[in-house]
Each structure stands twice: as structure tokens, then as C-alpha cells.
Design a protein around this ligand. Sequence first.
Ligand code: AMP
Ligand code: MN
Ligand code: MN
Ligand code: MN
Length: 305
Amino acid sequence: MTGYDTNLISIDLHSHTTASDGTLDPIELCNRALERNVNVLAITDHDTVAAHHFLQKHWQNDDLQLISGIELSTTWSGAEIHIVGLNFPLDHPDLPMVINAQGESRRQRSHHIAERLARRLPDWEADAIFEQVLDIAIAKQRCSEHGFELTPDDIQIGRPHFARWLINQDYVNNMDSAFRKYLDNSKIGNLKAFWPRMSQAVAWIRVLGGTAVLAHPGKYRMTATKLRALIKDFKLAGGHAMEVQGSNHPQSQIDQIARYCQDFELLASQGSDFHTPDYPWVDIGRLPPKLPNGLEPVWSQWLGG
Ligand code: AMP
Ligand code: MN
Ligand code: MN
Ligand code: MN
């Protein structure tokens, strides 16, 4: 698409719906984006494009350009790394293979989490926990007034759904303590073992004809040396871009990532990582108005200039 003055438009390339761990259904998310004057939106649910397939059938609004997207969980050098894929054809013949592979990893991992929890909570069998967590995800979708509902096989459940279950069962009071007490990587065992390597995910996105983006590089709690090694390997694997800014990122972090973006000749992306209106400091389109100087935006390839 051309004809946009990209200085005047609001672009958010990272967001979630009830297809993964967001709390808005796809149409609610788009409506919120419009209300908040977002013009270009990528929905990037964890390991699924179900929201996009739904919107293709049930939604159209010329004021909001949707970019296809997905956020893949991967592993690199002992760390869990998220790779966002953008702007690939939703009917690509290899897309189901990627989603099935990630879905299978996620399901095995969810059974593993259920087993680990059952060991700590003697009243519970792992299978019962798993079924109840799946029910939570399904029940959340049934609330959708727009009829967005996936089958149990298509829903991507993850730790936020387990957190909700722990809250419902009164083991904890809120999401944060659910993660702190039960669900952080150190608590639940080696979850990374279930994911493909980062280089595999980058290769998949390239096969799909998409743009591979290193998601939220400031969030991995790495030393600067390790972060540079990660970005170097991402570039070597064929990665195209990196998220330079999101909602609520400190300026010093944005400046650091912007420098790395230039050093490794990556395109710059931005996205709020919106999940829910309950956290207003991470809202859709809540981003600095401009990318740091000297960076080439990832969207210049799609929107013209
Ligand atoms: P998973 O995809 O199962 O690995 O779950 C990771 C997701 O959990 C992230 O994408 C966040 O949305 C969410 N998350 C991670 N840490 C926390 C936390 N401390 N509190 C609430 N949500 C969290
Ligand atoms: Mn999430
Ligand atoms: Mn992420
Ligand atoms: Mn995300």
C-alpha cells in the first residue's frame, strides 16, 4: 500500500487477542485500535494466526490496515526468545506446518506444566489441571459477542491461562504472584526444551515470505555482551528487523537498541505488545511518536513513504 505519509500515521506491530493470551477478541482489538487512532496494526498472537483468519471473513474497515503476524516462542543459547513474523501470506501452503509444529510444542509443554503443578498441589492430578486450564481458555472465548471461538485443538494455551487457574483456585491473588510462585522458568522446570531454535523460526518466516523481527530485545534480562551475541546470531540466521520501541520502554533502552539496530544493519520495528485493557501502561498504539533518527522502519517496505 502506498500514499501514506508515514510521519502522520500510528503503527503498532505487536498485539494479542483471545486466540492466545490476550483478553479482547479480534474485532474488539481492531475497534480499540481504531478508537486509539492506530492506522496500521499487526496482530501477533503466540503461535497462531486464528485471529487473522477470522477477521478476513468477518471484518473490513478501510481506516485500519491489518498486517499479518505471529509471535513464535523459540530458544537460543539457554534463553527463551520471541520472534515475530510479519507480512506473510495467510494462505501460504507452509503456514499450517509451522503452526502445527508450534501448537504441538505448546501442548506438550502445557502437559509438562500441569504435571509439575500436580506435584506441588497434592489435591490435583495433572490431567484434571490441564482440562480445567483448557476450559478457562475456551470459556474466555465464549464471552466473545462476535462469535470468535476456536476448537480445543486450535487454542494456544500458555502460562497466563495456568495463572488464571491458580487465581481461581485461590492459590494466589494475582497474575504476578502466580508467575513468581509457580510459573517462572526457574519454578516450572526446563520449559525452553519444548521450543525450536531461534534460527529455525527465522528460517520458517523466511520460507513464508515474511519479515522476521526480534521481539522486545530489552526484555531478556541479558548482559550487553550476551544481547549483542543474540542479535548477531539473529542477523546471521537471516533475521530482518528488531523491535526498537514498545509501550513504556525507558529512553536509555530505546537508545541502546537503536544503536544495535544500526550496528547490525537491521530494520526497526515497534509494537506495544498489547494484551489487555487492564494494563493501561501497555495499550494499543501507546508508542513514542517517532523512531529514533537514522533507523530504517520495517514498514517502509510495505507502506511506501
Ligand atoms: P507463555 O507463552 O506460556 O510462555 O507465557 C508467556 C506470556 O505470559 C507472556 O507473553 C506474557 O503475556 C505473560 N507473562 C509473562 N510474565 C508475566 C507476569 N509476571 N505477569 C503476567 N503475565 C506474564
Ligand atoms: Mn503473551
Ligand atoms: Mn513476547
Ligand atoms: Mn507478545
